[in-house]
Design a protein around this ligand. Structure first.
Ligand SMILES: Cc1cc2nc3c(=O)[nH]c(=O)nc-3n(C[C@H](O)[C@H](O)[C@H](O)COP(=O)(O)O)c2cc1C
Length: 322
């Protein structure tokens, strides 16, 4: 069914960037070092608030990120500094949702991303101080629901993504949302080089998410063995399963085998559950994730080196194809 456009004018993104890119928020992976390294490179640095075990720990991170960000802006000398973003899990079982939202608002996160639940609670709070709300969605139905809540941007999680993946091909997802949505679109799923970032723009997106490629950076919090595994694995080493979190997630087969499980006979969990998500008892402990871009991870490198490569690839794609 055709729907009316929500925002009639497609506004340019208000923050200057060196690439239309978000270093995507990743559970246990994205911390202040990765966020600030991304911002320093003129891209958006994001982290999910559950990476802090408590709301008090979140306050320390927010303090570190906002003072680090202010320092980057002072030292930038005219180069763009990307804004930072915090993802709040708005699923009904996340007991910390209200407290985390209040805190990211206190620190005036330039962008608040909502995941796994309705963005409604975030919209008034974040718009109250002039921030942007982006909702992470993986279907047209959820895109419509989020748009109805008044968000500024939709993150279209498509097939091939790391973490909780989508089922829709991005080539179909972006244009079918663009038909009725004039707000920002972030394309997510398998983007692994600068040409992919440009391709997403050509498709109709404003920005791209890139997760997997940032797991293998020096600034990510991933264990060294995890980063190394990404340099060895390809898309055939991935299993998409509901067994660990209750939602379809793209997991590395070798880590499932190492946990004593059969990757081809996993039992799906019936429901998502975020109570006690940082506990050591969680079924996903030790099970590592990647998206289909994993085959592009050649070595572990600093964020600055990855960003340099991406900028060069992006510039070549623009020169070749406009
Ligand atoms: C290891 C890992 C953990 C992730 N954790 C989260 C998370 O906690 N919250 C979230 O919104 N997305 C999470 N994601 C998804 C990313 O934000 C993003 O959608 C995805 O990485 C994009 O696909 P790509 O990995 O192919 O670039 C995670 C992805 C990975 C690879």
């Amino acid at each position: 069914m055709e729907r009316a456009a929500h925002a009639m004018v497609h506004k340019p993104f208000p923050h200057a960037l060196s690439l239309p890119l978000i270093a995507a928020p990743m559970f246990l992976i994205s911390g202040p070092a990765l966020v600030l390294a991304a911002c320093r490179e003129g891209i958006i640095g994001a982290f999910p608030t559950p990476n802090c075990r408590t709301t008090e720990a979140l306050q320390q991170w927010l303090q570190e990120i906002s003072s680090g960000y202010a320092a980057l802006q002072r030292e930038a000398g005219g180069r763009p500094v990307g804004p930072w973003a915090a993802t709040v899990v708005t699923h009904r079982t996340n007991e910390r949702c209200e407290a985390d939202l209040a805190l990211v608002a206190e620190y005036r996160a330039p962008i608040v991303i909502t995941a796994l639940g309705s963005p409604r609670r975030a919209v008034d709070i974040v718009h109250g101080y002039g921030g942007l709300v982006f909702a992470d969605v993986n279907s047209l139905a959820l895109a419509h629901k989020a748009a109805d809540c008044g968000v500024d941007g939709l993150i279209l999680v498509s097939s091939g993504a790391g973490g909780h993946t989508g089922a829709m091909a991005g080539f179909s997802f972006v244009p079918q949302v663009r038909k009725w949505w004039d707000g920002y679109i972030v394309y997510a799923g398998g983007v692994c080089d600068g040409a992919g970032i440009r391709a997403a723009e050509v498709l109709g997106a404003d920005l791209c998410y890139m997760g997997t490629m940032f797991v293998a950076t020096q600034e990510s919090q991933a264990q060294a063995e995890y980063k190394e595994m990404l340099t060895q694995c390809g898309p055939d080493d991935l299993v998409v399963t509901k067994a660990f979190t209750g939602a379809n997630a793209s997991m590395l087969r070798p880590t499932i085998i190492a946990a004593g499980l059969d990757p081809d006979n996993l039992q799906p969990r019936k429901e998502m559950e975020f109570r006690g998500q940082n506990s050591n008892q969680q079924p996903w402990k030790g099970i590592w994730s990647a998206g289909q871009g994993v085959g592009c991870v050649d070595r572990v490198k600093p964020v600055a080196a990855l960003a340099d490569e991406l900028r060069q690839q992006y510039a070549r794609a623009r020169a070749r194809h406009g």
